[in-house]
Design a protein around this ligand. Structure first.
Ligand SMILES: *[C@@H]1O[C@H](CO)[C@@H](O)[C@H](O)[C@H]1NC(C)=O
Length: 276
């Protein structure tokens, strides 16, 4: 009994065999590792789908997490919506969910304004809005131009803006007037070019916006710097003029980042483009 528990000393042949088993195992581990790296390198949801028969809901989950991470500013500076997510983004940006999300943001502004601020009524209380996809919608343009899945053609977009046909975002329009009626001065700081001033003013007035205090657009010298810096500089000028900026509502992180910071910022959803 005790004899059978004791292993005999390894013979030279069995040592050799064990060594080759060991070699084989190393080889397998190495091969798997390489395959894994290759798979990781060209990983995308489409090939993933092909390999593992990922269900449609998997693509939806992937694209929704891409979208939410854009909103969270974890994914930055993307130039194009990933091709496999263009349909998802199109659906979202034209959905009642997008409207509900925007409406909710506007309601949060209302809630904030109902108790936030000791408004002095001295003409120095101020609020900042973006223009595109905050007050006006560019969705009709992107509907015809690939919904963020095609490289931006700036001259085509500007030609569209020159037509002054952008519709108002309804919830923003209501909020705009409520803020103005509180005696708060409204400043519009947009990344649109100065050359679009008259078309932008016409467009805003046509769809119901009026009574803002200033519309800040990008002149030639501003085009040389990043939008985020240009918008910070515009805020700095307001603060230097003695304005108390109670909040900003915009659809881009570049509208709210940088100094001077303000009391509160409110981000509207935009999964189509990212302006740095
Ligand atoms: C933009 O679109 C116009 C008209 O289709 C075209 O002529 C021009 O080459 C495009 N520009 C770029 C940068 O793609």
């Amino acid at each position: 009994m005790s004899n059978s528990m004791t292993l005999p000393p390894p013979s030279p042949t069995s040592l050799c065999w064990r060594a080759s088993v060991e070699m084989m195992r190393l080889f397998l581990v190495f091969t798997c590792l390489c395959l894994g790296l290759v798979a990781a390198a060209d990983w995308n949801i489409v090939s993933q789908k092909r390999r593992h028969g990922l269900a449609k809901s998997g693509l939806k989950t992937y694209c929704e997490s891409w979208r939410i991470n854009v909103e969270l500013n974890n994914i930055r500076g993307f130039e194009l919506v990933p091709q496999e997510c263009v349909d998802h983004v199109t659906r979202y940006m034209t959905s009642s969910q997008y409207e509900a999300d925007s409406q909710r943001a506007v309601e949060e502004v209302r809630l904030y304004l109902s108790s936030c601020c000791a408004l002095k009524g001295d003409g120095k209380d101020a609020w900042i809005f973006d223009v595109d996809d905050t007050l006006l919608s560019t969705i009709p343009y992107y509907k015809k131009h690939g919904f963020g899945g095609q490289k931006l053609n700036a001259s085509l977009l500007e030609a569209w803006m020159k037509e002054s046909k952008a519709p108002a975002l309804e919830h923003s329009l209501g909020l705009f007037h409520e803020i103005k009626d509180k005696g708060v001065k409204i400043f519009l700081i947009s990344s649109r070019s100065e050359t679009l001033r008259s078309s932008t003013v016409d467009n805003l007035i046509d769809v119901g916006y009026h009574g803002w205090s200033n519309l800040v657009l990008r002149g030639l010298e501003d085009q040389l710097q990043k939008v985020q810096q240009y918008k910070s500089d515009a805020r700095k000028r307001l603060v230097d003029e003695g304005y108390r900026i109670w909040g900003i509502m915009g659809d881009q992180w570049s509208s709210v980042e940088g100094l001077p910071s303000v009391e509160r910022t409110f981000k509207l959803p935009n999964s189509i483009y990212y302006i740095s």
